[in-house]
Ligand binder design. Structure first.
Ligand code: SF4
Length: 307
């Protein structure tokens, strides 16, 4: 069943004429929200590795890429994704050194950098833009929500204005912006989520990753969950809310992800998170049955969102 929303896999297939796969790399960075620069302990949901738990950080950056490409077909094409923690959190010379250490093979076509808005600056954007003659560059920003009260509650460590400024810097350098949002954050309602989507439409971001808040072992969120201070949303609620996002999202934005993923051994709750296929099929079936598609509920008027 073809999705009735813009998926990144289809977009890349159209653009490159073949499937493009992803190499995830741990670039050896940390995060200002963990080392005390802007906060301690990190975002409440963030695990010890800052994502990319499956990666072998004992290998050099170059070796991680070599291992990933060891059995890759000669005509295959790849996205190189710097995943763990904040991959623009270092002096520009160090960033360049680490990106260059990974860009070792012509089959890599896209350099994808996961980071935080407070680690985007003019020099960082200039460096990233300097790769654009050889690669497609993506920058992924973890926003999670446009609601600053929720952001404080989860200890995100920057405010919405900071996010707006980062998007503006990246856009000014022609760099595509992919934004991560989370559904089911503590205290958030569907109205909060709609407000986040309206803001992203307004800022004309290029891509979005959506997932449900899940509880990873060893996080502050797990303490809240065990104490009864946080209850994850149900799968049914997630499906309703994710569908609502897709319908409200501008048709110009590409959806890079619509479900969450967590290593089973690290997942504390909820137990439905691994049922990704069921979630996506349910959304697809609803969209077909009700003749809905991405942007069905998008209204340019909702883009007048000033907060
Ligand atoms: S910004 Fe990212 S890496 Fe840093 S604490 Fe939050 S989720 Fe973890």
């Amino acid at each position: 069943m073809k999705h009735r929303y813009n998926t990144i896999s289809q977009t890349l297939q159209d653009q490159y004429g073949q499937r493009i796969r992803k190499i995830c790399v741990d670039g050896g960075f940390t995060c200002p929200n963990r080392d005390g620069t802007c906060g301690h302990g990190g975002c409440a949901f963030c695990g010890e590795r800052g994502a990319g738990e499956q990666l072998d950080a004992s290998l050099s950056i170059r070796r991680q890429v070599e291992v990933a490409l060891e059995h890759a077909a000669p005509d295959s094409k790849w996205i190189l994704y710097f995943q763990n923690f904040t991959n623009t959190y270092a002096p520009v010379e160090v960033l360049k050194e680490r990106y260059d250490a990974a860009l070792i093979d012509d089959r890599i076509r896209i350099l994808d950098i996961g980071t935080r808005p407070d680690c985007i600056s003019e020099p960082v954007a200039e460096l990233l833009a300097s790769y654009q003659d050889r690669y497609e560059i993506w920058v992924e920003l973890g926003l999670q929500t446009a609601n600053d009260n929720t952001a404080r509650r989860i200890n995100r460590g920057y405010d919405l204005q900071c996010f707006r400024e980062a998007v503006s810097i990246l856009k000014a350098h022609g760099l595509p912006v992919i934004v991560h949002i989370i559904l089911g954050l503590p205290g958030e309602t569907l109205d909060d989520i709609r407000h986040t989507i309206d803001l992203l439409n307004q800022l004309k971001i290029d891509g979005i990753k959506i997932h449900s808040l899940f509880v990873m072992k060893g996080t502050r969120l797990e303490e809240w969950y065990r104490n009864g201070d946080f209850t994850p949303i149900s799968m049914q609620t997630y499906i309703e809310w994710a569908l609502d996002c897709v319908l409200r999202l501008s048709p110009d934005i590409t959806i890079h992800r619509l479900t969450g993923n967590c290593l089973r051994e690290l997942l504390a709750a909820p137990d439905w998170i691994p049922q990704r296929d069921l979630i996506l099929h349910t959304i697809d079936r609803r969209m077909y049955r009700e003749n809905l598609s991405q942007g069905s509920h998008f209204s340019p008027a909702s883009m007048d969102c000033s907060t």
